[in-house]
Design a protein around this ligand. Structure first.
Ligand code: ASP
Ligand code: MG
Length: 404
């Protein structure tokens, strides 16, 4: 007998018919002799509706009340699922975040889970009850409702699994698992059977949207095996787990792309110590995170300093940078919104030479110009003209043998 945590996302819970389908799947796993905790999201579209209401009311909705509002969708879905299971003759009980309680810090809309006491849930499980938990929400030390950020139910599920030392955490979603790249762009994309936490973290932060990034961090920290799979069929999905020898042998496991970054270049700044800090610190003070950074070799004591920021922060970043540029006597500030970051990710890169060369050669063969480059141990990212996004992804997918 195992303890299984299952999580069903908004699409899987999207209608009464689909909730019935979820209940059947839960019942089947329970009937096979497992203890069960089920974490669910709001029905698809519901959270967006609540967000829209808040935005209609105010440009800057109060942070505490905003979380009270957007957490509401999950209350509906836990009740419906528990009702459904009870009508099928099972013992089931719904829990809101604060009832467990899922304790978090007080950073509304991006709260971090700090602790989950397991006594209530364990007592119920002992009596054969199926536990249904509202994802996405928690409670802070003062008793206020908090939420974990969009897509946060993934993190709720992994955290429940960690707290209960569950045998597995199954994340049921509307895709079959994690793919080698976006199947909408590349028809040869393949489902990955097993992927390491580190690779999954990179892929998630580079734009693959299957799992919330924080859920992967949580899984890695507490060593929770996460099985991402479809709620619409019985196929095995992707196991996100500790790295092993086999994974290390794979040079590149996935290709990701992110269109939501923009490039800002400060042209002909005097090249002297402290310039990078001068340009970047006002941005970090404004809470804008800078991703890629390139500084050119200087000529006649002048250099160009280029970086990327999230699209959402573009306007603010540009006006801040223009001010700095003036203060440091730079010639001008240029920007380009039509760029995409394309990345290759794989554990095998750590021990193989020539991966970057292979990537750059493949892109060059298609006449794709690389504007910026950044690397980590298991990732190489390049910034290219946005019009080459699809082509770049496909070419790299082929070049690293992922299409076979
Ligand atoms: N319902 C929340 C959202 O739409 C949480 C989740 O689905 O994971 O972001
Ligand atoms: Mg999701």
């Amino acid at each position: 007998m195992a303890l299984v945590v299952q999580k069903y996302g908004g699409t899987s819970m999207g209608s009464i018919e689909r909730i019935r389908n979820v209940a059947k799947r839960v019942a089947k796993t329970y009937d096979a002799g497992n203890d069960m905790v089920v974490v669910v999201s709001a029905m698809s579209g519901e959270t967006n509706k609540l967000v829209a209401l808040a935005n209609e009311l105010s440009e800057f909705p109060d942070a505490r009340e905003y979380d009270v509002l957007v957490a509401a969708g999950e209350q509906v879905s836990i009740a419906l699922l528990a009702m459904c299971l009870k009508s099928m003759g099972y013992k089931a009980k719904s829990y809101l975040g604060f009832q467990i309680p899922i304790m978090t810090d007080s950073s509304y809309s991006k709260a971090r889970i700090e602790e989950i006491p397991d006594n209530k849930v364990r007592a119920d499980i002992k009596e054969g009850t199926i536990i249904i938990v509202a994802g996405f929400q928690g409670v802070d030390a003062s008793g206020s409702i908090t939420t974990l950020g969009r897509g946060g139910s993934d993190t709720s599920a992994v955290a429940m699994a960690a707290a209960l030392k569950a045998d597995v955490c199954e994340i049921f979603t509307d895709v079959d698992g994690v793919y080698t790249t976006d199947p909408n762009i590349c028809k040869d994309a393949k489902k990955i059977e097993r992927i390491s936490y580190e690779e999954m973290l990179e892929l998630a932060s580079l734009g693959a949207k299957v799992l919330q990034i924080r859920s992967v961090e949580f899984a890695m920290k507490y060593n929770v095996d996460v099985h991402v799979r479809s709620s619409f069929n019985e196929n095995l999905g992707t196991m996100v787990t500790k790295e092993d020898k086999e994974m290390e042998a794979v040079l590149v496991s996935g290709i990701a792309y992110a269109k939501d970054e923009v490039k800002i270049a400060v042209m002909q700044v005097p090249d002297r110590p402290g310039i990078a800090a001068k340009i970047l610190s006002p941005l970090s003070e404004a809470n804008i995170s800078v991703d890629m950074i390139v500084q050119n070799v200087s000529e006649d004591g002048l250099t160009d300093f280029t970086f990327t920021v999230p699209q959402a922060d573009f306007k603010k970043a540009l006006s801040i940078t223009k001010e700095t540029a003036e203060a440091v006597d730079a010639k001008e500030v240029l920007c380009d919104e039509n760029v995409t970051k394309v990345s290759i990710v794989g554990l095998g890169m750590r021990s193989h030479a020539g991966v970057a060369t292979k990537m750059f050669t493949a892109l060059a063969a298609e006449g794709i110009n690389i504007q910026m480059i950044s690397t980590s141990e298991i990732k190489i990212s390049v910034v290219v003209d946005a019009k080459y996004t699809e082509l770049a992804v496909r070419v790299l997918h082929d070049a690293f043998g992922l299409s076979k």
